[in-house]
Write a protein that binds this ligand. Sequence first.
Ligand SMILES: Cc1ncc(C[n+]2csc(CCOP(=O)(O)OP(=O)(O)O)c2C)c(N)n1
Ligand code: SF4
Length: 271
Amino acid sequence: MAYNYSKYLRNEKLPHIWCPGCTYGIALKSMIRAIDGLGWEKDDIVVTSGIGCVSRMPGYMDFNTLHTTHGRSIAFATGVKLANPELKVIALGGDGDMTAIGGNHFIHVCRRNIDMTVFVFNNNIYGMTGAQYSPTTPRGSWAATAPYGMPESNFDITELAIGSGASFVARTTSYHTPHCEKMVKEALQHKGLSVVEIISACPTGFGRKNKFKTPTSMLVDMKERAVNIQKAAKMSDEEMEGKYKIGVLHKEERPEHVETYDSVVGFQKGV
Ligand SMILES: Cc1ncc(C[n+]2csc(CCOP(=O)(O)OP(=O)(O)O)c2C)c(N)n1
Ligand code: SF4
């Protein structure tokens, strides 16, 4: 039987405005399946976004949602969580939103270890504004603002999150849908700051500039380059050249920000 996605969607907002071949819809389905699997009440969930193609997502998701300004998804999510720690808070955004204009919010939410989940949809480009390069555009790739090839090194979002103190960090792709659902589910259940990088395809922006002839070829690229962490552990650096790991890359227990904050404030008030 077909899965009932419409329970979690604002069906009156559909059809969506993403380009044909964009993988954001595929990732959205994995997220919905994960949330449904957890059995959470829709009213207990808050989803925030900044600006960008993926930031349209909360417009389609039938939860409490906030579509905010570019790069400010995490800032609004932090306010929501501090105001009502009972809520399950999800901040989402693109690689540009999260690691360029919102980069400061990203590293500091990791450092604080606030109990929320951040989904970074990494399509290696600014999709919405016409394929300008972002901090994750790989060196040598083409972008509207890199007509001779990207001259800079790119961030590894997962390494950035781990280095900044996130207590759960995972990577998945829009091609590996059951894996994506699993990573989303594990991240949502984690106490503390969880980050999931979801490798995504923007055929209109990155694909066209970088000679991916069809949207399907971008999915094939994900299939061929993604290596599960168990398999990657047995591979040499040469074998991993040009490939990336998917799975839970880091997990630890650390004091959570809202609880720490409450105990400090309570102490100062003498309660
Ligand atoms: C303050 C501000 N600066 C710039 C913009 C223009 N802008 C809108 S979306 C965007 C980048 C989107 O890229 P990304 O976050 O990677 O998301 P995608 O569109 O690829 O999903 C930019 C620069 C803006 N809306 N506000
Ligand atoms: S421009 Fe790219 S990211 Fe935006 S909807 Fe189109 S394919 Fe998706």
